[in-house]
Design a protein around this ligand. Sequence first.
Ligand code: ATP
Ligand code: MG
Length: 382
Amino acid sequence: MSMILPNSTIGMLGGGQLGRMFVSAAHDLGYRVIVLEPDPYSPAGLIANEHLVAAYDDVDAIIQLAQGCDVITTEFENIPAHVLDTLSASCAVHPKASAVEKAQNRIVEKAFIRSCGLLPVPYGSITTYSEIAPAIDKIEFPAIMKTARFGYDGKGQCRVDSLDEVKQAYRDFEQQHCVLEQMIDLKCEISVVLARNEAGESCYFPVAENIHIDGILHQSVVPARVDDDIAQSAQVAAKRIADKLDYVGVLAVEFFITQKGELLINEIAPRTHNSGHYTMDACITSQFEQQVRAICGLPFADTSLLSPVVMTNMLGNCWDLSEEKPALNWSAILGSTKSKLHLYAKCDARIGRKMGHFNTLATTNKEALQEANRIFTQINEA
Ligand code: ATP
Ligand code: MG
């Protein structure tokens, strides 16, 4: 592939925080970015060179995007696959529709994980009422019902403990296709973020250990506190997935490690990932710069870790929402000389909404975690 050089124009489907951080990285390398996003005040749209305010499948906007760009990528995994296909008729699009599509439906995704010779969480799929009983035979309670499509940050999920609760959850989800997943007794969670180019070369970032609260990522600790062989197995599994998808761009794979030390694959994200935000301050190259490099055919840059780091998410919950103008304990975060704050310029702070994150660097990941927790506690005490 010939290189798409700086001064060229990149199209970004989606205007969220992942898009915003991509736009910054692309600007640093001298690219222009056109964002397609229906929300007129989106984090990425606000800083893009051009913002097409239209639905992702708006035909006129798609034509305009394809005509104005040298290459197009995505930050949002639910871009309709047919849109990626349409765009690819007249412009380079990475990742391609067939790769993104696999991660858009949990039933398809889990079958794909198996086809790679890897282990998903034990599950049964439910697409009709009559599939409830066979699905239950495949798992042990407690379990989690998840809608097959459009879940994020733990939404579209509910814990179930009996046949009756599965039936109720299926009704509550209005009989959408679902997976019934066994609840895993987790030792910990890790993720691998990697970049792959058209030549099939890939390049990993260090494995992150992820701490969730209420199904939402709270912190990523790097280096992950897991054995090297587990970390390596996860990287090999992620590469196998990327190769099998013939993936171009940045991809993340989320893993569960069971109490017995077994490595299971939770899910695949065909985009940059929240657990890769630590790379912005703790690696020479961020996941967003590597996304630019992967889709433009530039050589990959170094991904090694410069310092132990903890990334902490700031949800709307950190703001004092009782006032008309929500307030944050700014001194807690701005006073930490070893932390870098990244806010996404979202106007409304809401419970559970990702507003920003901070990366805390220290000599060890233990010290980074202590400092990050100290700041986080202070923010929430305000
Ligand atoms: P996101 O896209 O933001 O990662 P999501 O809505 O796709 O989230 P999942 O990754 O499926 O959600 O689940 C979110 C978190 O909930 C997991 O990282 C894990 O902490 C917990 N969880 C989900 N499924 C299971 C399970 N089967 N067993 C144990 N914990 C689980
Ligand atoms: Mg997840």
